[in-house]
Design a protein around this ligand. Structure first.
Ligand code: NAP
Length: 546
């Protein structure tokens, strides 16, 4: 292993590194930090013009984190934790981006990151035991280890409404929002989609625009953030007990403190459950997820939570027909990612905000001035697409990744992704995926999930380099057993009953498979640690080829 600056590899005359990392969001940034700490040379490639990943791209109005800011931050450096101050309970996008920039600055990361550069291909060369990584502009470098930190929600879905190219107004995507912002003052705005991105942005757009029409295909469950300035007493208490809190996050199911109880709805009854849900509704955010242990698995318990949510919508939304439309009916509560909002439902009480049910009248075509559903035409100055992402596999699919014998990862995953621990894939030595399919990732506080993954990968690389070993690869049997375990856990819950992006259901033709690991971060981390402690059970480790 070289511990110095990149050197030219004589055989191929291309720059070579110990590791290449793809993506400079929180995962790529922390990976770089750990690689440096191990004395490994590393280059990071990032498609955006700066760090921050999700928070670099998703600049739509109202974008903010749905995990408490204190929890949604790196824990690897106490100094970093001491010096950074969040302003709100749930940090807005600009502050999260400023945080990412601060981390990059503080740890002098940018000198190892190549920005504005997409990776097009990564091919494993078995004879060299190295990956050749090629950018979209044709530059190739080689690396012993390839770490994909490409994000779970980084590739927008393709939306091909007829006539969309002829639309003369402004077409915007929440996930590719203009850096200079958008002024909707006096404008007629259409918003397509009612997922988290739409639910956060609609109240803010409605506060500015003259007229807003929301096109809803499927209503979502949402809970209020109860956001506000971060209370100094809360910060002081968190700081005083930070080590304990961080340990709780790492061992908890969600990587977040939701005051989870073992209590069952079926034991407490509907009336007590409504009172408990109400208490947690007032606390805000994901606290409501911790109320009962059976809402994930028992349809009757889940139905009580759904009834509570429906009652809250009826309480807030004045027009009963609109309230009814906003109420999910065809999937269990919280089996799609629960949205966390600020004033979403109440926005529909404003006379200039309208809701269109696409189930009753689907969009037929865009027109030069707006769009037409099966029953009505609309004119818009701007249309916002909040239509979601090709989640968890999208970014990996879009890179031509080839392992042993030239096998393409996309082909290996044609029937759905298969990984060992969400970290490695049989046939793809030294390729690691941070928060990959089969890991808890999107079901947890992403930063805690990222730290766990990156630490495991870094410890693994340390293990290899310390023993002069060259490669590590998942065994097919171990991978198959993990896939089965992931499916078994998911099938024990109500999650698969929803047509969610967790299931790949939002992308036409994508295999239907529950993508993340639903066993919880703490349990998952125990699996990972146990496997490493048993000498990387389920992996084959090999020395350098002669
Ligand atoms: P999403 O949850 O997938 O929502 C996409 C919306 O667009 C859905 O309402 C979907 O309807 C609709 N849609 C998609 N294609 C459509 C079409 N052709 N015609 C009409 N409607 C269409 O995407 P998202 O809102 O971007 O959120 C994705 C995830 O990102 C979230 O679940 C969350 O994990 C994360 N996120 C987090 C935050 C946060 O931390 N605060 C904020 C935003 C996003 P159907 O449901 O009928 O498909």
């Amino acid at each position: 292993m070289s511990t110095t600056a990149p050197s030219a590899a004589p055989a191929t005359a291309i720059a070579s590194f110990d590791a290449v990392v793809v993506g400079a969001g929180f995962a790529g940034m922390y990976m770089l930090h750990r690689l440096r700490g191990l004395g490994l040379s590393a280059r990071v490639y990032e498609a955006g013009s700066s760090v921050g990943g999700t928070w670099f791209w998703n600049r739509y109005p109202g974008a903010r984190v749905d995990i408490r800011s204190l929890e949604y931050s790196f824990s690897f450096s106490p100094e970093l934790e001491d010096e950074w101050r969040w302003s709100e309970r749930y940090a807005p996008q600009a502050e999260l981006l400023a945080y990412a920039e601060h981390v990059a600055e503080r740890f002098d990361m940018k000198r190892d990151i190549v920005f504005d550069t997409r990776i097009a291909a990564a091919h494993y060369h078995a004879e060299e035991q190295r990956w050749h990584v090629t950018t979209a502009t044709g530059e190739t470098v080689s690396a012993r280890f390839l770490i994909m930190a490409t994000g779970c929600l980084s590739v927008p879905t393709d939306v091909n409404f007829p006539g969309i190219a002829d639309y003369q107004g402004r077409l915007l995507r929440t996930s590719q929002w203009p850096h200079e912002g958008v002024d909707f003052t006096g404008q007629r705005v259409g918003v397509i989609g009612t997922g988290s991105s739409a639910i956060q942005s609609i109240p803010v757009i409605a506060a500015q625009a003259a007229d807003v029409t929301v096109f809803q295909r499927t209503p979502n469950y949402s809970v209020p953030a109860q956001n506000g300035p971060l209370d100094p007493d809360v910060v002081a208490e968190w700081t005083a007990n930070r080590a304990e809190y961080r340990a709780m996050l790492r061992t908890s199911p969600l990587g977040s403190i939701v005051d989870a109880r073992e209590t069952l709805v079926k034991d407490e009854g509907r009336e007590a459950a409504f009172a408990e849900f109400e208490r947690r509704w007032q606390q805000g955010g994901f606290k409501i997820l911790g109320a009962y242990a059976d809402t994930w698995i028992d349809p009757e318990a889940n139905a009580v939570a759904a009834d509570f949510a429906a009652a809250k919508i009826r309480e807030i939304v004045k027009d009963p027909a609109v309230a009814d439309l906003l109420t999910p009916k065809d999937y269990p509560w919280a089996t799609k990612r629960l949205c966390v909002d600020t004033g979403y439902y109440a926005t529909f009480n404003q006379p200039h905000v309208h809701l269109v049910d696409l189930r009753a009248s689907p969009i037929e075509t865009f027109t030069p001035t707006g769009l037409r559903t099966s029953t009505e035409s609309f004119d818009f100055d701007a249309v916002v697409l909040a239509t979601g992402f090709d989640a968890m596999t999208g970014a990996l699919d879009r890179i031509d990744i080839r392992g042993r014998d030239g096998v393409a990862l996309k082909d290996r995953w044609a029937e759905g992704p298969r990984t060992y621990l969400g970290l490695m894939v049989a046939g793809f030595p030294n390729l690691f995926t941070v928060t990959g399919p089969g890991s808890p990732s999107v079901l947890t506080n992403m930063i805690m999930g990222i730290e766990q993954h990156v630490d495991w990968i870094a410890d693994c690389l340390d293990h290899l380099t310390g023993r002069q070993q060259a490669t590590i690869e998942a065994l097919a049997d171990a991978e198959a057993a993990w896939v089965e375990h992931v499916n078994e856990i998911a099938n024990g819950t109500l999650y698969p009953q929803a047509n969610s992006w967790y299931m790949g259901a939002n992308v036409p033709g994508k295999p239907r498979q529950f993508l993340p690991y639903a066993g919880g971060l703490g349990v998952y981390a125990e699996h990972c640690e146990g496997i490493a402690a048993r000498g990387y059970e389920g992996f084959v480790i090999e020395s350098a080829a002669a």
